[in-house]
Design a binder for this molecule. Structure first.
Ligand SMILES: [Zn+2]
Length: 76
């Protein structure tokens, strides 16, 4: 089942318009358009775990970097 690139809602195929229609926000796109949108969204739109992991890693790195930089100044 396709997911909406805008809101991650469930998309259903509407045979009348030949489009995938989002059941949550109402976005209606063709299959090709949906694929294109997903390509654009792929980098920024991830599973929660992956996103949390990514920002955690970024924070860890920042802490490490700041700690290293301000080592003999004052503790963070
Ligand atoms: Zn949607």
């Amino acid at each position: 089942m396709a997911r909406c690139p805008e809101c991650a809602g469930t998309m259903k195929f509407d045979p009348k318009s030949s489009r995938q229609v989002c059941q949550r926000c109402g976005l209606a796109v063709s299959r090709a358009e949906l694929d294109r949108l997903w390509d654009e969204q792929r980098s920024s739109f991830r599973e929660d775990d992956t996103e949390r992991e990514k920002s955690q890693r970024r924070r860890d790195y920042l802490d490490w970097w700041l700690g290293k930089k301000g080592k003999d100044k004052r503790k963070k």
